[in-house]
Design a binder for this molecule. Structure first.
Ligand code: AMP
Length: 230
C-alpha cells in the first residue's frame, strides 16, 4: 500500500538509556549514516537557558538539581521540533521521551501526523560505570565532549578544536549525577516495558566500545529495513 510505504520509509528513532550511556556518541554516528534530524531536548533546554528565554529560566532550577523539567514544558518543544522540515524524512530523539506522559504525548502526535516510530534503541550501562564516565566528562564552550581518562584532549583542560577551556557541566557534578540516575530509574525506565509491549524496543550493551555498539545498531536497523521491504 502506498500510504504504508510512505510511513515506513521514514526512520524515526528514539535513543533510550541512562545519562552517560553514550547516546550522544551513537547519535553522532547515526547521523553520519542516515539523514536524520537530531533532536536532543537537553541541548534545546540548555540553549534556552543560555539565551535566557522564559522556557530556559523555568527549566534552569530543575536541570541544576538533576530533576526532570516538568512534562508540559518539554512536550511542546519536542512535538513542534519533529514537525520541522528537516525532520520530515526521519528523526533521532535523544533524551525524549523521559516519562510515560511524554511517550503518550509523542505517540498521539505521531498518530495524528500519520507517522510511526521505527524503533527505540535502548543503550544499557550499569550505574557504577555511569558514575565513572560522567564524573570525568568535560565539555568545550561549543559543546564538544571529552573525558579526562577515556578521551582526553591533547592539552589538559583545553579543547583540541578551538582551544577554549573545558568545563564540567553543572549537571555532571557527582551529586547531580546520582540524582539524575535515580530519576532515570524512577521516571524513565518504565519506558522500557512500554516500548517492549509495542514491539519497538531493541537492546544494546552500552558497556561495549562505541564502535561495537554502533555496528550492532547498524546491523539491527538494516534488518528492520529489510523486514520492512518484505
Ligand atoms: P540531557 O542533556 O539529555 O542529559 O538533559 C539535561 C537535563 O535537561 C536533564 O537532566 C533534565 O533536567 C532536562 N531534560 C532534558 N530532556 C528532558 C525531558 N525529556 N524531560 C524532562 N527533563 C528533560
Amino acid at each position: 500500500m502506498a500510504f504504508r510505504h510512505v510511513m515506513s520509509s521514514e526512520l524515526n528513532l528514539i535513543l533510550l538509556g541512562p545519562p552517560g550511556a553514550g547516546k550522544g556518541t551513537q547519535a553522532d554516528r547515526l547521523r553520519d549514516d542516515f539523514p536524520l534530524a537530531y533532536i536532543a531536548t537537553g541541548d534545546m533546554l540548555r540553549e534556552a537557558r543560555t539565551e535566557g528565554t522564559d522556557l530556559g529560566l523555568k527549566a534552569q532550577t530543575y536541570m541544576e538539581a538533576g530533576d526532570l523539567v516538568p512534562d508540559e514544558l518539554v512536550i511542546g518543544i519536542a512535538v513542534e521540533r519533529i514537525q520541522a522540515d528537516d525532520a520530515r524524512d526521519g528523526f533521532l530523539l535523544d533524551g525524549f521521551p523521559r516519562t510515560v506522559p511524554q511517550a503518550d504525548a509523542l505517540g498521539e502526535e505521531m498518530e495524528k501526523l500519520g507517522r510511526g516510530i521505527t524503533a527505540v534503541l535502548l543503550v544499557e550501562v550499569a550505574d557504577d560505570e555511569i558514575i565513572k564516565r560522567i564524573s570525568g566528562r568535560r565539555v568545550s564552550k561549543a559543546g564538544r565532549t571529552y573525558h579526562v581518562d577515556y578521551d582526553p584532549p591533547k592539552h589538559a583542560g583545553r579543547c583540541d578544536v578551538d582551544g577554549t577551556q573545558l568545563v564540567q557541566r553543572e549537571d555532571d557534578k557527582p551529586e547531580v549525577v546520582t540524582a539524575r540516575l535515580s530519576k532515570y530509574h524512577e521516571a524513565t525506565s518504565p519506558l522500557i516495558d512500554y516500548y517492549e509491549d509495542q514491539g519497538l524496543l531493541r537492546r544494546f550493551d552500552g558497556s561495549r566500545s562505541p564502535v561495537e555498539v554502533h555496528d550492532h545498531i547498524r546491523a539491527t536497523l538494516a534488518t528492520l529495513r529489510l523486514e520492512d521491504e518484505l
